[in-house]
Ligand binder design. Structure first.
Ligand code: GLY
Length: 318
């Protein structure tokens, strides 16, 4: 059995590529890296890689992680600037005996020494978003926008190896140096080939309070199906946050076990995800949360067309 699952519609093209590799007996590390890079390279996605929205100083600072579920090796970068594919740097770091999570300048030095591609990740389109947002904030005095559509994936290959990876530009207008859940093991991602893996998208500050990815893997280890584990972990932690703090940030989790069974849960409206397994061609689903039960519906052709049209529509300066 092989399979791969990822947060958001934006992962679809990467999932297609990865599924071809997995079908041909490819490695879960290579497949997941290929899939995440596809998202990082697409300039119209505003929350991952090239074209990601900048921090309040108009710099694109990126977070990414990679985990190998066989060895439990973890590599991650946080607040890294000017490199094309943070997920590949994270994967390379996972092979180091120590220094597995590097931030800012340290991460950039490592990437430079290792010969990773340098790239100014700030696109003209992202600059327009920044300037528009500045104007909106000045006019309405609202808080900086909380856009945080991380790509997070879990992958299983035919040899039973599992991997997980994430990549994000984090919150638009975040403080310089702010790091979310995505490069943090147990919060943004976790995988153990003996059980399965999970990955998160949402408000990092809240996801980190519950180590939700690890919690899902723990529940699967106790014997839960990924769907049940996702629903339980998300519902419980959402309730916990609301009881203690009066509100819970956006939180959507995807998971797959080592049999290729998958699950998804969310506390928001309109969460989409992409999945492919030996038994299921690459597909995009939309998830609705109905009283704690998450119902997945295949995205319609119309929804898919509209998605790409709105992402790539010309952007007007306010
Ligand atoms: N979930 C991504 C972030 O909060 O940065």
């Amino acid at each position: 059995m092989w399979g791969i699952i990822a947060t958001w519609r934006m992962a679809y093209e990467g999932i297609e590529k990865a599924s071809e590799m997995l079908k041909a007996g490819g490695d879960a590390g290579d497949a997941i890296e290929t899939a995440v890079r596809e998202v990082e390279d697409f300039p119209y996605y505003k929350s991952v890689g090239y074209g990601g929205l900048p921090n309040e100083e108009m710099e694109v600072e990126l977070d990414a992680a990679y985990m190998d579920g066989d060895t439990l090796d973890i590599g991650a970068v946080a607040a890294i600037k000017d490199f094309a594919n943070p997920v590949s740097i994270a994967r390379r770091l996972s092979k180091e005996p120590v220094n597995n999570l590097l931030v800012g300048e340290g991460a950039e030095k490592f990437a430079h020494k290792e010969g990773f591609e340098r790239k100014n990740m700030l696109t003209d389109r992202a600059k327009i978003h920044y300037r528009n947002r500045k104007k909106e904030i000045a006019q309405t005095e609202i808080k900086p926008y909380a856009g945080h559509d991380t790509v997070g994936m879990v992958c299983l290959d035919t040899r039973g190896k599992m991997t997980s990876a994430t990549s994000t530009s984090g919150l638009f207008m975040k403080k310089k140096g702010r790091v979310g859940d995505s490069p943090i093991s147990g919060s943004g991602f976790y995988v153990d080939s003996k059980v399965g893996g999970a990955s998160a998208t949402g408000l990092g500050e809240d996801v980190m309070k519950g180590c939700v990815s690890y919690e899902i893997v723990r529940l699967m280890k106790e014997g839960m199906h990924p769907q049940e584990a996702c629903e339980k972990a998300v519902a419980m932690f959402d309730r916990e946050l609301k009881e203690r703090r009066g509100k819970a940030g956006d939180m959507s989790l995807i998971a797959m076990n080592n049999k290729g069974e998958w699950g998804v849960a969310t506390n928001i409206e309109g969460f989409s995800f992409a999945v492919a397994t030996e038994n299921e061609a690459p597909v995009v689903y939309l998830t609705k949360n109905v009283d704690g039960k998450c119902i997945h519906e295949m995205a319609s052709r119309e929804w898919l067309d509209d998605y790409m049209r709105t992402r790539t529509a010309p952007l007007k300066e306010l």
